[in-house]
Design a protein around this ligand. Structure first.
Ligand SMILES: Cc1cc2nc3c(=O)[nH]c(=O)nc-3n(C[C@H](O)[C@H](O)[C@H](O)COP(=O)(O)OP(=O)(O)OC[C@H]3O[C@@H](n4cnc5c(N)ncnc54)[C@H](O)[C@@H]3O)c2cc1C
Length: 392
């Protein structure tokens, strides 16, 4: 029995119908063939403008997203807040590279920060954005790869810097922590350097700006140690979201194709060890580094709790958060929150058609990552049986 196995606590917010839906959905996406066929059919239907949005909304969308707008998300935010879990509103429109879309995403992010500030005491403790939501991937990539930008690209980069700065400044003015997501390694150095610049500017008194480290990369612990030295020398706080990383297949494939050594750890165990080593390092250096641990891994979540206890930190120390994605690993979220830890869930939102890449990633992750679907299914099954026996 793990400390997260109480399914009554995990699923208290779900009606019987919602529980049955979730069970059915995870069963469906647990099958690689069905997921492949379903994804292809959905993409095709959306391209042909067939009326499938209603169906998507009732199924995967409702499981993994809070709604189309921030306001739509309020019932989910309030429901989670009533059980001590915060929401991180995540505008999940991805992969749009034209200037109009980038500006729209930036404006939406700014609105979300305002919305977060208005509702911070009702369950929005932190906000987030994604680097390539603010600028073209190719510009980040060129800088990461040390290539010279054209004059037009220089202007684009300037715009990206302005957008990063405006979002971080708004968060700073509200004293509302802001996370910056991590993406593919071949664009990430440009984002890392820019986020560090923001930390130097806005984290002088406390950690407001958080970068993300993906621990499937074997170079992140040395990177963190370097960042720590710079933070001590130059007097700023570090905020870090620590995740395992979502683009493993893509990373390995590109490295093999282009013939460079993969940046990914050689095994799942190596990634797990790396994740846990960084968590341990951060808790040891908690006076300088704040932690937002994004994980569905029970052992990592339990390790954070143990390390906090050993270090003598209060369970709700504001420098430590444990986080999951909406619709996944409720057993960790709600049991940890019941114990008194700071817990948040990413709550994606956006137009159904435009959050499809996010939804497909969730479906594929639940298919390809050994264990996740099994974990969700067996918890849902246990709760169904528990309710049946209890006559609920
Ligand atoms: C709140 C939150 C925010 C997130 N933000 C980001 C983000 O900004 N950027 C991002 O990339 N991801 C992000 N993710 C996703 C995250 O990176 C993981 O993909 C996801 O959480 C699964 O990892 P896990 O820690 O939950 O645990 P597990 O299910 O235990 O681990 C699965 C992960 O282990 C790694 N892995 C699996 N097999 C191997 C192997 N053979 N070799 C090496 N490594 C392997 C992969 O990273 C895989 O995703 C976020 C997740 C959460 C919960």
């Amino acid at each position: 029995m793990s400390r997260f196995s109480d399914t009554k606590t995990a699923f208290e917010h779900k009606s019987q119908t919602e529980l049955n839906w979730a069970y059915w959905l995870f069963k469906l996406i647990g099958s690689p063939t069905l997921t492949k066929v379903g994804t292809a059919l959905t993409n095709c239907s959306l391209k042909l403008r067939l009326p499938v949005e209603g169906m998507i909304r009732k199924t995967v969308f409702n499981q993994f997203c809070g709604g189309i707008s921030e306001k739509d998300c309020l019932p989910a935010i309030q429901k989670m807040h009533s059980r001590g879990v915060g929401s991180v509103l995540d505008y999940s429109v991805e992969g749009k590279d034209d200037e109009a879309s980038l500006e729209a995403t930036f404006q939406k992010t700014m609105e979300t920060i305002d919305f977060g500030n208005q509702h911070r005491d009702e369950g929005i403790p932190i906000v987030v954005f994604k680097p390539t939501g603010f600028g073209r991937f190719a510009v980040f990539q060129k800088i990461t790869e040390g290539e010279k930008l054209t004059p037009d690209e220089e202007k684009e980069w300037e715009k990206i810097r302005e957008r990063f700065d405006a979002a971080c400044k708004k968060a700073y003015d509200y004293k509302l922590p802001i996370l910056v997501d991590a993406e593919e390694s071949w664009m990430q150095t440009a984002a890392d350097d820019l986020v560090e610049e923001m930390m130097r500017k806005y984290n002088k008194e406390q950690p407001i700006v958080y970068n993300t480290l993906q621990m499937y990369r074997h170079d992140r612990l040395p990177y963190l140690k370097g960042l720590y030295e710079r933070a001590v020398a130059d007097g700023f706080y570090i905020g870090l979201k620590i995740v395992r990383g979502a683009y493993m297949e893509k990373e390995n494939e590109r490295a093999a194709e282009k013939g460079y050594p993969t940046p990914i750890c050689p095994s799942k165990q190596a990634t797990d060890d790396n994740y846990n080593a960084v968590i341990t390092y951060i808790i040891e250096h908690i006076d300088r580094i704040a932690l937002f641990a994004g994980t569905h891994n029970e052992e990592s979540a339990a390790l954070i709790m143990d390390l906090m206890e050993k270090k003598g930190l209060a369970k709700n120390d504001p420098r430590v958060w444990i986080a999951q994605l909406y619709g996944m690993s409720d057993h960790i979220s709600f049991n940890a929150s019941k114990e008194g830890y700071n817990v948040a869930k990413y709550l994606p939102f956006g137009p159904v058609r435009e959050v499809m890449p996010y939804l497909i990633r969730r479906a594929e992750e639940n298919t390809s990552v050994a264990g996740q679907t099994g974990r969700e299914l067996s918890l849902l099954k246990t709760e169904k049986e528990r309710r049946k026996e209890a006559g609920v």
